[in-house]
Design a protein around this ligand. Structure first.
Ligand code: ATP
Length: 345
């Protein structure tokens, strides 16, 4: 990982209002130089507005943005050391792939031979050698996205902004491109700031993720930290699946008056008389619903005392018949105390 602690981009108390809408509401964070940083959140949570403010297409209502230590206010988009890749590719349809990629150097009046050399280098980087003569219409979605990436990277920006760049691709291609994007980012070593509403995408590619909700950042951290230790009810529910436990049941299980999250895969489902290791959390209930999902099975359990918990169990030895036969069965749910994550609202 090429991450250092030099901030490439810094937000300090940034807000952006559109009339009465607080699109971005007092946001502070730093993106380190060379980092793959994702802004993850549902539609309308303010991610794109943050990205557009970094690019210079929007101005903050208040607060300050610095890019590589320089105050961004008043700096026009073309003078910022950033480039943007959009979901819709924005390729010029009448130009060939090579002409599209060479667009930036052409504006900078780079000589033809050097331009062609750079285009070849970029086509290699995005694994499209030999495609220079094609028109965008004769490429697949994934190939078009790679051309858009090459067209941005040829300008050697220090920061690349990517706004849901894989959103238009089908699942298989999207997963393939996630791996490629990460590999390209490692190879070129520049800062990637990536906007997505897809939690798996953010977890797969990022060094760190900022989770957005209603114009605010709920949590920033490494993917493992965000997933394993969600700090708010929103993050626990938006990133993966969580059981949120509050009220009397939470107090009974944890000994404290808190609300906490526990992941379905951290809960072991055993027979009601199974031994419980010292210090583990345990409660009894009855399987209400079974959903067989191939790789694992999801069990919905009615807990004694009136709550419902979801348990995920890998189908190691269980046949679909075994899994489905669990419906109606009394069970004991057991998990380790360290998998209890208190939530801050
Ligand atoms: P999406 O994933 O749908 O793009 P997002 O998280 O990127 O969502 P933003 O596009 O930043 O969210 O929008 C945040 C809020 O600001 C939304 O309520 C949106 O309607 C509003 N908004 C964004 N741009 C404008 C604008 N130019 N004028 C008015 N409201 C806007």
């Amino acid at each position: 990982m090429t991450t250092t602690t030099t901030p490439a981009v810094r937000f300090a108390g940034v807000t952006r209002h559109f009339g009465t809408v607080r699109a971005v509401d007092g946001v502070s964070f730093e993106v380190y130089d060379g980092e793959f940083f994702s802004m993850l959140g549902p539609s309308g949570s303010g991610k794109t507005t943050c990205l557009r403010m970094i690019a210079g297409f929007e101005q903050p209502t208040s607060g300050s943005i610095t890019i590589h230590g320089r105050e961004a206010a008043g700096v026009p988009p073309f003078e910022r050391d950033v480039n943007t890749v959009f979901q819709d590719y924005a390729l010029f349809p009448h130009m060939t792939v090579a002409q599209n990629i060479a667009y930036g150097p052409m504006l900078k009046r780079v000589g033809r031979a050097e331009r062609e050399r750079q285009v070849e280098e970029m086509l290699d980087l995005v694994r499209l050698p030999g495609y220079g003569g094609r028109k965008p219409a004769h490429l697949s979605g994934g190939q078009r996205q790679r051309v858009a990436l090459a067209r941005a990277l040829i300008n050697h920006p220090r920061v690349l902004l990517l706004d849901e760049p894989l959103g238009a691709l089908d699942l298989k291609l999207r997963q393939e491109m996630q791996g490629e994007l990460k590999a390209i980012q490692k190879r070129v070593g520049i800062t990637f700031i990536y906007v997505t509403h897809d939690q798996e995408e953010a977890l797969t590619m990022s060094d760190r993720v900022a989770v957005f909700s209603q114009g605010k950042i709920e949590q920033i951290g490494a993917p493992t930290e965000i997933y394993e230790c969600p700090r708010t009810t929103f993050v626990a529910g938006f990133v993966g699946v969580s059981n949120i436990i509050g009220g009397d049941l939470a107090e009974r299980l944890s000994g404290e008056r808190i609300t906490f999250a526990v992941r379905p895969e951290k809960i072991r489902m055993a027979s009601p008389d199974a031994p419980v290791e010292h210090g583990a959390v345990s409660l009894t209930g009855r399987v209400a619903e079974v959903v067989y999902l191939g790789m694992h099975t999801r069990y919905i359990v009615d807990v004694d005392g009136g709550s419902q918990l979801t348990v995920a169990a890998q189908n190691l030895d269980a046949t679909p018949g075994d899994a489905l036969a669990a419906r109606g069965r009394p069970v004991r749910l057991i998990w380790r105390r360290e998998h209890i994550h208190p939530l801050a609202g």
